[in-house]
Design a binder for this molecule. Structure first.
Ligand SMILES: C[S@@+](CC[C@H](N)C(=O)[O-])C[C@H]1O[C@@H](n2cnc3c(N)ncnc32)[C@H](O)[C@@H]1O
Length: 271
């Protein structure tokens, strides 16, 4: 992981990840399903926000969900138990020190993790080695450069840029979505296909206004206020004005757009 996990592990961030996952279920997961009897490794499961959806959608598959944060694993276990899941095993481990043998899994799933890694290609190559030949990997990432909105606001763009800079400083990349294809190819995957998934929000979709613009994206930017100011990236007044302008896009005439990228690839079969 990059030295500092930019979003942190506090309860408000856990809630944000949950809101994000809930709002984006169809957009991100409608075409992800695993056959009964197959084994799936979820790398960087966090507090289990995607795990619950994945495991419910593929009840016959067996999931192993891992994360480097013991606290997140504990929360993920709690969430899975609450959802009554019986097809998920959680493990506290680092992607770079996986306790599994090569070719142990039929499928791998990674969501919103590469953006935090200093070595995303190496991580993907490790995950590739854990896949059986012909197995699939699914990678989902955002790209903060894809955020645009009405009314446009230089202050809001400056606040978003703070997140990009902080993530870069911590060794990650908040613009990683656009890079998925070359990263997956470099890590050795075959048949890579990346599809952009745009979230378009206007006031005719109050669920997205609240679940995505307000509680996912703007909440994420609000969450870095103190860190951005402490790092002298921005003055408090400018940051607050930017956040206020992001909230302005949730009004009746406001619009917000953001694009996620979903990449699917295969592990090469032996010649
Ligand atoms: C933004 S969260 C995403 C969590 C979950 N995939 C989701 O979509 O809600 C990123 C997660 O990656 C985990 N992570 C970062 N580096 C890791 C590593 N080297 N090994 C395992 N997990 C890692 C973090 O602990 C965090 O829980």
């Amino acid at each position: 992981m990059s030295e500092i996990y930019v979003h942190g592990y506090h309860p408000r961030e856990n809630e944000r990840l949950q809101d994000q996952a809930g709002t984006l279920v169809d957009l991100l997961h409608s075409d992800t399903g695993y056959p009964a009897g197959s084994t799936v490794l979820e790398a960087g499961c966090g507090v289990g926000s995607q795990t619950v959806t994945l495991a419910q959608r593929s009840p016959g598959a067996r999931f192993t969900s891992v994360d480097i944060s013991a606290d997140s694993i504990a929360e993920a276990k709690r969430k899975a138990a609450l959802a009554g899941l019986t097809n998920v095993e959680f493990r506290h481990t680092d992607i770079f020190a996986m306790p599994f043998g090569t070719e142990s899994f039929d499928h791998v799933f990674v969501c919103f993790v590469l953006e935090h890694l200093t070595q995303p290609v190496e991580a993907l190559a490790i995950l590739n080695s854990l896949l059986r030949p012909g197995g699939s990997i699914t990678v989902i990432e955002g790209d903060h450069g894809s955020a645009y909105f009405y009314p446009d606001s230089p202050a809001a763009r400056a606040a978003i840029q703070c997140q990009v800079k902080l993530q870069r400083k911590a060794g990650g990349n908040a613009l990683v979505g656009r890079q998925l294809y070359p990263l997956m190819i470099e890590a050795g995957f075959d048949a890579v296909r990346v599809s952009p998934r745009m979230v378009y929000v206007d006031s005719s979709r109050p669920d997205l206004v609240d679940g995505f613009t307000r509680r996912t994206f703007t909440a994420m930017i609000e969450g870095i206020r103190e860190t951005a100011i402490a790092a002298c990236l921005i003055e408090p007044e400018s940051f607050d004005a930017g956040v206020q302008d992001l909230h302005r896009t949730t009004e009746a005439d406001g619009v917000f757009c953001y694009t996620f990228f979903k990449g699917v690839g295969k592990k090469r079969r032996r010649a």
